[in-house]
Write a protein that binds this ligand. Sequence first.
Ligand code: FE
Ligand code: FE
Length: 400
Amino acid sequence: MRTGILGGTFDPIHRAHVNIAIKAYEEFGLDKVLFMPSPNPPHKNEKEITDITHRVNMIKLATEDNPKLEFSDFELSREGKVYSADTLTLYKESHPEEELFFILGSDSLYSFDSWYKPEVILSKATVLVACREDNTSNNLKEQIELLRRKYNCEIHEIYLRASNISSTMIRQSAYSIELNDFVPDKVADYIISNNLYKTYVGSSRFTNAQILDDLQKSLNPSRYEHTLSVANTAKELADTFGENPNKAYLAGLLHDCAKCIDDEKSIEMCKENNIELSDSELNNPALIHAKLGGFLAQTKYHIIDEEIINAIIYHTTGRPNMTLLEKIIFVADYIEPLRTKQPYLSMLRESAFTDLDYTIYRISEDTLEYLESNTENKNQIDSNTRETYLYYKKIVETRS
Ligand code: FE
Ligand code: FE
């Protein structure tokens, strides 16, 4: 019995996965190929993974019409971090009569040496590497040769027609692409009927287009331009750091939604709605738009995501220990491309995309310097601005 094993998150399983499996059994005479999804990670990480029940259901749908393809729960019953080396060892113990073929993407092969116990993987199974047909790169061949020599093992290539299908792309645009082109038909139906991979919904009542329309009316033209610029910058930062780009965009859109309400009216609105104002806010009413903006986001724009509301409230002063979204909005507001007056902008625009904490430290330092050099402003410095500066300065200084 020759058994192929294809592991992964399968969020969702797509046509390229299925094609790899088919090619593998056709070319290497496998009796079956097992799709072994990895379990949900024990801790929620930044990029949430779809519940295992859905992922399993989709694998079953994608494989049920082909007797050589099977779903396997072999990795699901294990606790803690699941390593391929352990999977293959345990599988081999319980199925000693089966000859194993471990199927990998060519990308994984480059990092293969740093995997957990690569020598164990290679001793339990023949590795089959999925390569693009048009991949003429010698690098891959060299890498295969290198591993063959180092581990004295068998590695074979499976060539597939180039495709740009990826689970990430499907998750991000499931409702704007022809889904059936990318996932098996039954999986496409399943995704739609279970509302999987819906784009981010931040407002319980309004679409982004409706919010934009309202902002255009309630902000002056330059503030509206700034708003769009912050939203787009926030989206780019979100893409870079693994925050939900749609959520960052929406927070960017609304961060200054209360900016064009005059001081007197702002203070009045806060009083009416029991929004407490600090001395620094009363001394410097320009700060109020952040708190009031957070309030309007909830009440006027029906934002249901608390992270967005906090990102609006702290976008001007920052605060210690900000969430990723708060950092993104704080930074995007300062570096967006229409800004020209602040010092060190070109440096900050670069550092923003590699190191948010450092960028926050430098922004809050520059802001403090500016406020302190201006005697009139001395009493108006918000304690959050100072605390943000000290907090992020310490973070930057104490790391290696
Ligand atoms: Fe603002
Ligand atoms: Fe702003």
